[in-house]
Design a protein around this ligand. Structure first.
Ligand code: ADP
Ligand code: MG
Length: 245
């Protein structure tokens, strides 16, 4: 049973076929890596799933519901979360306040009076921080955090919506190998505990081989291989794209 079903998805920018008819499925509880060289169409694919970009063709269904044509907010309500970078303006807030903001920004009535609601769902926010190992740092300003810890907070913010599907575009970019492994181990733990699905892009093959259940490989907007990491590694087309052989 797949949670997400993508069929013949396509998007062009002018003459560039950024995504050229790709199809894949993703099941609940699965960690799927989307890999491929720069410009392969990974981010474009993500942005069509979360509704920031409208597909030219194809279909994207979540639990049988078509996502193409829906607004990002509706798609988010249907259970598609994504990690996003803590905005500049949130830097002055503490760690727990960032997560509280994520919780209350999804509640329109409360949002209107958020300045008065300093304790809004603080316990829920603390519970989310606990899940990512950031409880002890809850009241520090975000600007003081180590980069790997900022990433943990971003993950807890994405969890505020209890997503069925979490999209992570290059979650480990700019991280040292140790931090990468810690973040992916945490992601894997959340997948297991919550039974959600994750679609992520990643440059490091070590990370993909260590954490992905399955992977799909894009090149110039086309899907050139899909399968378990060990099955894919020696695929001739993948070797060609990555190593030019
Ligand atoms: P990836 O994330 O795999 O590096 P992208 O999805 O960002 O690749 O880009 C795929 C292709 O689409 C590239 O050729 C890129 O230049 C082009 N592209 C992406 N977004 C836009 C845009 N907004 N306008 C024009 N071209 C774009
Ligand atoms: Mg990208």
């Amino acid at each position: 049973m797949s949670l997400l079903t993508v069929k013949d998805l396509g998007k062009s920018f002018g003459g560039v076929k950024a995504v050229d008819g790709i199809s894949f499925e993703l099941a609940a509880g699965e960690l799927l890596a989307l890999i491929g060289p720069n410009g392969a169409g990974k981010s474009t694919t993500f942005n069509m799933v979360n509704g920031q970009l409208k597909a030219d063709r194809g279909s994207i269904s979540l639990d049988g519901q078509e996502l193409i044509g829906q607004k990002p907010r509706s798609i988010w309500r249907l259970g598609v979360g994504r990690t996003f970078q803590i905005a500049e303006t949130f830097q002055s807030l503490s760690v727990v306040e960032n997560v509280q903001m994520a919780l209350l920004s999804h509640d329109q009535k409360i949002y209107a009076m958020w300045r008065r609601a300093a304790d809004y769902r603080r316990q829920d926010a603390l519970a989310l921080l606990d899940q990512v190992g950031m409880l002890a740092q809850a009241d520090r300003p975000c600007s003081e955090l180590a980069y790997g810890d900022v990433k943990r907070v971003e993950l807890s913010i994405a969890m505020a919506n209890s997503p069925k599907l979490l999209l992570m575009d290059e979650p480990t970019a700019g991280m040292a190998p140790r931090e990468r492994n810690a973040l992916m181990a945490l992601t894997k733990k959340l997948v297991t505990e919550r039974g959600m699905a994750v679609l992520f892009t990643e440059h490091s093959m070590d990370v993909v081989f260590a954490y992905a259940d399955r992977m799909i490989v894009l090149a110039r907007g086309r899907l050139i291989a899909a399968g378990k990491p060990l099955e894919i590694r020696d695929h001739p087309k993948v070797q060609e794209v990555y190593f030019g052989s």
